[in-house]
Design a protein around this ligand. Structure first.
Ligand code: MN
Length: 388
């Protein structure tokens, strides 16, 4: 049986964002506030500079071309607009009522909601600055979440001091967060996610039942070194975009290989915006490494690595046509759809067209699982979309 042809499709989103208001940090002491992330757009519209904790990062702003492919790859912006104009027009970034109107129009029901400017907090190196900045971000996110049962906001976590990290997970859970946001790589100078240092953090996520949410493209940047994420010149745009997807795969591999998901079978991990076909591929690679290099493997796991990936890891995608068969042909049931609203590379303005291209003619059970079921498994408190 197939579904959807000619009808409105409802979906949940495993990848959405709020846009922080410019006065978010105003109530903090000046010595903290001046070190928190601040974006200054160049008048040319070509790039922005992010100032954060004594560092500066320049980021090129994407420019659409007229007449780009529609449907799976449509570009919803008028060709002459800058990203700033576009985002300003999408008031739903920080106005809940406007947002719900947009979501209803697009057919998007529940959302996992990440910060936008808050992504840069992982570049902060001063413990007190990150701790207080994250508190302000989380207060704003929690207030936003209270506006609708459809919003699942992610709590930002301060990662310079492990005790601060654990305390914020517990505090966030008690305050009502069901998800915590981590960067795909820890802050510069901190060990990788497979290190023993982070064990108390995984235990805190497990104990609270909060979902660990990795959003791709969130690796902290070292301005003194080439990080690999900022290619310039030939092929740069595509190289940068594809490069961002690897971080989520690495984070998941680290959590499985170090035994964190084995020690905490109740832990659930979501990787947002990085496609989904990588899941079965990484599962195969991990199994091969685990088996063919068994002499050097530690810790020994209670099951093959692929079992942890298939059972405890989820991934959201927006346009990737190959993500749908990752469910029905490769058996990864935890693939879910995500809009990336209100970001430029997301589906705002063409969500229904994208959903029809992805799901028309697809088995109804598979379609339902990817649009609704996988999300609902992680966040069962979110009500059902209309008619589903
Ligand atoms: Mn996103």
């Amino acid at each position: 049986m197939t579904a959807h042809e000619g009808t409105k499709i409802w979906t949940n989103s495993g990848d959405s964002h709020i846009m922080e208001p410019p006065d978010l940090f105003d109530s903090l002491p000046e010595d903290v506030r001046e070190r928190l992330p601040r974006s200054v757009k160049d008048p040319s519209g070509e790039f922005e500079t992010i100032y954060i904790d004594g560092q500066e990062f320049r980021r090129d702003l994407p420019k659409p071309k007229p007449g780009e492919k529609k449907g799976l790859g449509i570009n919803a912006r008028p060709a002459d607009s800058t990203e700033d104009d576009f985002l300003n027009r999408i008031l739903g970034g920080n106005d809940p009522a406007h947002r719900l109107k947009d979501l209803d129009g697009e057919g998007v029901w529940g959302e996992v909601i990440y910060p936008s400017l808050g992504i840069w907090t992982f570049n902060i190196r001063t413990p007190r600055v990150v701790k207080e900045g994250v508190r302000a971000l989380n207060e704003f996110a929690l207030d936003f979440q209270h506006k609708s049962p459809r919003f699942v906001c992610t709590a930002s976590i301060p990662l310079i001091d492990i005790d601060d990290a654990v305390a914020e997970v517990r505090r966030a859970s008690a305050a009502g967060f069901a998800a915590g946001f981590l960067p795909t790589r820890p802050p510069i100078g901190r060990p990788e996610w497979n290190d023993e240092e982070w064990d108390p953090l995984w235990a805190a996520f497990a104990e609270t039942g909060m979902v660990i949410c990795f959003h791709i493209g969130t690796e902290p940047h070292d301005p003194t070194q080439r990080t690999g994420v900022y290619y310039r010149g030939r092929g740069g745009a595509v190289l940068n975009y594809v490069e961002t997807t690897y971080g989520g795969q690495r984070a998941v591999t680290q959590l499985i290989a170090c035994g964190a998901l084995d020690r905490h079978p109740e832990l659930r991990v979501l990787v947002s915006e990085g496609g989904a076909t990588w899941g079965p591929f990484i599962a195969d690679r991990m199994n091969e490494g685990y088996r063919q290099h068994s002499a050097g493997v530690r810790p020994v796991l209670s099951k093959p690595p692929s079992d942890f990936l298939f059972e405890q890891v989820y991934a959201s995608f927006q346009h990737d046509a190959s993500a749908v068969p990752a469910n029905w042909a490769m058996g990864w049931k935890n693939v879910m759809w995500g809009s990336d609203y209100p970001h430029f590379e997301g589906t705002f303005g063409h969500t229904q067209e994208t959903l029809h291209e992805l799901f028309d003619g697809v088995d109804a059970e598979v379609s339902h699982r990817i649009r609704i079921g996988a999300f609902q498994e992680l966040f069962p408190h979110v009500p059902q979309p209309p008619g589903e």
